[in-house]
Design a protein around this ligand. Sequence first.
Ligand code: OOG
Ligand code: NI
Length: 464
Amino acid sequence: MKENSFVSADDIRSAFSAAMSLMYREEVPAYGTLMELVARVNGETLSADATLKGRLEATDSLERISEERHGAIRLGTPAELSMMRRVFAVMGMYPVGYYDLSTAGVPVHSTAFRPVGDAALKHNPFRVFTSLLRLDLISDEALRAEAEAILKERRIFTSGAVELTEKAERDGGLDKADAERFVAEVLETFRWHDEANVSAGMYERLHDAHRLIADVVSFKGPHINHLTPRTLDIDRVQALMPEYGIAPKAVVEGPPTRKCPVLLRQTSFKALEEPVSFRDADGSWKTGSHTARFGEIEQRGIALTPEGRGLYDRLLDESRKIVRPAADGSNAREYEAALAQVFEAFPDSWAELREAGLGYFSYSLTDKGRRTKLPGRRDLNSLIADGLVQFDPIVYEDFLPVSAAGIFQSNLGDGAQQEFEASPNQKRFETDLGVAVLNEFDHYAGIEQASIEGCLKALTAAMA
Ligand code: OOG
Ligand code: NI
């Protein structure tokens, strides 16, 4: 046996996710309050819905729910992005999907680093929505050059984090002591710094160009800007937030309330104003403040096929043509009503979603199926009709650009609304990242296909 066995990437990710949650709870106490509220509502939802509980148990996903969360960071340079990719790879997190947020008035493009494959997701589904600032969308050339120069000077990773990442790449993993050190070193990158990298004057100029630019350029590192636990009833958490002293954002992003949840619904509490010190050229410190960090909750539903996603995008667009949600919440009711009405066109039973090819499902044998052996392969639908095979929705693990933009906007303040030309540039993003991002649809289709194969094999395997 080898003396130094490696800690699995899944275990490193779990440890990192736990360490991050602990740090953020200390930095932003309202996030801890939100976690308590979510745990309460999840508990109540499960005791009131035995079917849901049974389904989550059967698919092995009950335990992961309270552990589950995502976070988000915003990076400044291509070099930061490509190093971040290498760091996340040590934790078994890979870039999935490309999100262009320029259309929504936010000068970034993004991917989500997350575990890939059923087993890794079940172990711990921690994801980090990672954005790269696009200075090319800033019209003030002098300011762009200054921002670039500031970003070039900063080092967002400790030398320990870089060394251990290189070691993991070289050796194919990290032993226990190194893995623990890796988690501690990498955590430093995500920590909040209340001393800015820039003078108060520079902060103002960056802020005037776009609040997000100030958030990225003014600090030593890409502080984690939110963490998001998963809830089984987002409407209930949204309604209870004020009781817990938390101010929720105006509307829940994503699809409306449904019997069969699809994709992702999200809401957040508004970012906090936090004290910051700025260092002026003469060496003196000035106090000011910065608003960036918040808490979010999400409710995840079934992953949709390209057809299902097409329908979702069309209906969302249609409902936003009727009512566009205002940041101050003044038309929240009207927006919700329009959304609910338009989405009546989206089937709301698992059977219909499956038959229409709108969602991805995981197939498994029923009790009867486990007792049955067939002489040859049969068509999946007839196996379902005969009660041999059952299906459960595959959870959507990714993000939604319109929703993400809504979350960004609600936390950038009201003055931040700004128009950019739509300019997706996935090629550029992938060049900066150093690899191509994975396609989310292929991934879900692969999980679905493997589950079907598993059923067919088991049903036709020779009896022992
Ligand atoms: C990221 C916002 C996107 C989500 O859940 O859609 C996001 C950010 O504000 O940096 O996290
Ligand atoms: Ni988020």
